[in-house]
Design a protein around this ligand. Structure first.
Ligand code: FMN
Length: 167
């Protein structure tokens, strides 16, 4: 099976989450890692793990566009979704996915959607972004839980193995 791990990331933290998911799945399947802005459909994929950073309650445009334009393709192959965003300890907003995620899960027939805590580095943000996160009192730091990310990816790998065994 050729599994595509596809991501949208502005400052790189979601890219690293996607890389960790891909590394975990490589033990099970052939895996290709793609940036969402670089692909136009999922024809060549047997299964898809698609994720994005959350900004102001939404997925980044390249990932949101794939969801919108290619939901049918995703629905016809095993698909999992993930979002990276909540900041702090405990991460806030708690388990809040992007707007419209329930509809996206339905239209892609995704087998799961997981929200992972993200990373915030004030120095790399634009002035407007810095003002936004200060207004929200979002603390700086790397809150990504690598054990949780790898465990989720192993779960996806297990489901893929079961699907393959079922033929
Ligand atoms: C301006 C701004 C707005 C954000 N809005 C949200 C949000 O609405 N919900 C959320 O969970 N995280 C939000 N975040 C946190 C980011 O999703 C988090 O920093 C993530 O790790 C960024 O991923 P990236 O490095 O791949 O771009 C926001 C961050 C910034 C800078």
């Amino acid at each position: 099976m050729n599994v595509w791990v596809v991501f949208a990331s502005k400052y790189g933290s979601t890219r690293e989450v996607a890389e960790a998911i891909a590394a975990e799945l490589r033990g099970v399947d052939e895996v290709d890692l793609h940036e969402a802005s670089e692909i136009d459909g999922f024809d060549a994929a047997d299964a898809v793990v698609l994720g994005s950073a959350i900004y102001a309650g939404h997925w980044l445009k390249p990932a949101a566009a794939l969801l919108e334009r290619h939901a049918g393709e995703l629905a016809s192959r095993p698909t999992w979704l993930f979002s990276v965003g909540p900041i702090g300890d405990p991460p806030q907003p708690e388990d809040a996915g992007p707007e419209g995620i329930s509809e996206a899960i339905e239209s892609t027939r995704a087998r799961g959607h997981r929200v992972f805590a993200g990373k915030l580095d004030h120095a790399s943000l634009s002035r407007v972004e810095r003002l936004m996160v200060r207004a929200l009192r979002a603390p700086e730091g790397d809150f990504r839980d690598w054990d949780a990310i790898r465990a989720w990816a192993r779960g996806v790998g297990g489901e893929l193995s079961a699907l393959r065994a079922a033929g």
